[in-house]
Design a protein around this ligand. Sequence first.
Ligand code: GDP
Ligand code: MG
Length: 449
Amino acid sequence: MVLEKLSSSLKETLSKIARAVFVDEKLINELVKDIQRALLQADVNVQLVFNFTNTIKQRITKEDTPPGLTKKEHLINIVYEELIKFLGEEQKDIKITHKPFKIMMVGLFGSGKTTTIGKLAKYFQKRGNKVCAIGLDVHRPAAPQQLKQVCDYIHVDSFIQPEEKDPIKIYNKFKKELEKYDIIFIDTAGRDALSADLIKEINDINNLIKPDERLLVISADIGQAAQKQAQAFHDACNITGVIATKMDGTAKAGGALSACAVTKSPIKFIGVGEKVDDLEQFNPKGFVGRLLGMGDIEALLEKAKEAINEEEAEDMSKKFLKGEFNLLDLYQQMEAMSKMGSLGKLMEMIPGMGQLQLPKDAIQVQEEKLKLWRYAMNSMTKEELEDPDIISAQRIDRIAKGSGVSVKDIRALLKQYSQGKKMMKMFKGKGEKGMERMLKNFKAKIPGM
Ligand code: GDP
Ligand code: MG
């Protein structure tokens, strides 16, 4: 997960509190030291760290324990609340208030502007917007082609003119066509460092296009240096938000996030990988919850909503009730699962599961299995998918040859299917009462549900 190290030290700190017999000064001092160490290791600015722990100490000494909470719970809650404040408190959305809505990306060379356009374009496309992108990075060789490639991959229109070196001319050329879209993403050039040239270029583009959002893309691996950059870009073109990328590959992300919060430039999204779905809306509450292992039901629901649209879900539940269920449905479910991201990521978001520490390889094995099954299904005919009972030993051999999946794995898939079908049959005809009873039985078997 993002900030794994910080997360595990904070979790350890909190469980120390939970294990303690008394909340006394010694415990509090120890807690403060632990938190300081954890934050400094995540490259949070020293001054920020001290302010942060001072606030915690003050609150613990001054505040009465609220009714209904134990002193320990109160302490844990204070840490939780202050961490959220530390990271910007409220979730700041990008609201598409009118059309066309223009979103300009700015940032240094290699910070992830182009990649993030792909991610955001997909994000907004999924929410029903007609999106496009225009390439105004005229300095980096092949930058326009890269943008086009990113956009083609997600079936988003892109406007580029590789031979033209004046961004203003490029924009004016496509201006009329762009008006037909709901959202226009504007890709700009970066530099190795913030320079007068870059500022002038951004300002010129800014004055011409008047974007509704000016998003600064910052690579989280620069840690607390993000503060200087955020401030400078803020002064230069009045940015409306920050996207912190490469959160997946750095232990310094804590520094970057807290630094941006200080400049009052709200972090709106974070990039957590190179793939087009590796984008998360930044919600300080959920983020801290996950960091501390409290789970993040909100983020989970958000992802689930994306993966299975309501129509599909309704369709599926009707099939469930009728007892119809074939391999195509199973396939669809798997697709939905993979859209939701890896199982591991998902588990982290389920309250309680984060702490369960599921063996990593168990999750991997499961994911590996799903992948194989998908390959196998790709080698089946439509008839076979619709009516798997016709899949004979001979057919299994053919599918194995075609997909490169072993006969054993294909049999396992068919077994999973017939088990699923059996379940379906049990639901069938039971009506609501029967379902309720079954659910109760099910819950009784799983403690905590
Ligand atoms: P630009 O110069 O600002 O347009 O940067 P690019 O979009 O070309 O990205 C530079 C590199 O960073 C590419 O190799 C991307 O794959 C990579 N990158 C971008 N965002 C992320 C992220 O969130 N995580 C990881 N691991 N890599 C990223
Ligand atoms: Mg680029």
